[in-house]
Design a protein around this ligand. Structure first.
Ligand SMILES: Nc1ncnc2c1ncn2[C@@H]1O[C@H](COP(=O)(O)OP(=O)(O)OP(=O)(O)O)[C@@H](O)[C@H]1O
Length: 214
C-alpha cells in the first residue's frame, strides 16, 4: 500500500479571460524507501504539483492521499499539523535563516515540529543528523560562511531531522555544479533508504538523477 498518492489531480489558473489548465489529471504514488523523480520542462507545472501535494495550495479537482486520508478534505490546521510532523522539504536554494547557526536552524525545526525532546536531547539529535549529512564540523557556522553544497546539506538535515515520512524536493541540485549535484543526490538516496522515507523529486533535468542513482 502506497503511503502517499495523487489521484486525477487537476489545477486550472484563470487570469482574466484566460483559463490555463496546468495539471491535467496527474496520478502518482510514492513508496517508502524509494525516490520518485518527476521530470518536466520549465513551466510544465512541477512546482504547482509539489505545493498541492504538500497541502500548500488547493487543487481544482482530484485527491492527495497521505496514509489513506485525503489532504484536500482536511482543515488548514489539520494539514499544517501533518506538514510539520510528517513532511520534509528542500528547494533549489537552501533558504537558511541568515542569523542562525547551523545548529540553531535544526533546533528551530525541532521546535516547529513540536518535538517531545528536551533541549539536551534536541542537541544530541541535531548532532546525529549533522553527522549523517557530513556537516557536524560546521555546526557553529552561519550560512554566509557555507558553500552552496554545504548549505543544501544543512537544508536537507533540517528537512529530515523530525523523521518525516514523505520528503519533497523541488530542483534540489539546480544551483549546484555537477559534482555537488551528484553528491547531494547520493545523500538524498542514502537518507531515503536509511529512514524508509517516500521521496518525491521534481526536476527539469533527469540526467544527474539517473547518473547518481544508477
Ligand atoms: N498562482 C498562479 N496564478 C496563475 N498562474 C500560475 C500561478 N502559479 C503558477 N502559474 C503558472 O503555472 C505554470 C506552471 O508553473 P510552475 O511554477 O508550477 O512550473 P514549473 O514546472 O515548476 O516551472 P520551473 O521549472 O520554471 O520552476 C506557469 O505557466 C505559471 O506561470
Amino acid at each position: 500500500m502506497s503511503i502517499f498518492k495523487i489521484e486525477e489531480l487537476r489545477k486550472t489558473f484563470t487570469n482574466g479571460e484566460v483559463r490555463e489548465d496546468i495539471l491535467k489529471g496527474i496520478n502518482l504514488s510514492l513508496e517508502e524507501g524509494e525516490i520518485t523523480a518527476l521530470v518536466g520542462a520549465s513551466g510544465s507545472g512541477k512546482s504547482t504539483l509539489l505545493s498541492i501535494a504538500a497541502g500548500l495550495q488547493s487543487a481544482s479537482e482530484g485527491q492527495v492521499i497521505f496514509e489513506e486520508k485525503n489532504l484536500l478534505d482536511m482543515s488548514p490546521t489539520q494539514v499544517r499539523k501533518i506538514r510539520a510532523s510528517s513532511f520534509g522539504f528542500v528547494f533549489q536554494f537552501a533558504h537558511l535563516i541568515p542569523f542562525l547557526t547551523v545548529e540553531e536552524q535544526l533546533m528551530l525545526m525541532l521546535d516547529v515540529s513540536e518535538s517531545k525532546l528536551n533541549k539536551k536531547q534536541q542537541k544530541i539529535e541535531v548532532n546525529k543528523t549533522l553527522l549523517l549529512v557530513d556537516m557536524a564540523h560546521r555546526k557553529d557556522a552561519y550560512p554566509s560562511l557555507l558553500s552552496g553544497g554545504e548549505k543544501q546539506r544543512v537544508a536537507i538535515a533540517r528537512a529530515i531531522i523530525h523523521k518525516p515520512k514523505v520528503f519533497f524536493a523541488d530542483e534540489p541540485t539546480a544551483s549546484l555544479d555537477s559534482k555537488r549535484s551528484k553528491d547531494i543526490m547520493s545523500l538524498i538516496l542514502k537518507l531515503t533508504k536509511t529512514f524508509n522515507i517516500a521521496t518525491l523529486i521534481v526536476t527539469h533535468d533527469a540526467s544527474v538523477y539517473q547518473e547518481s542513482i544508477n
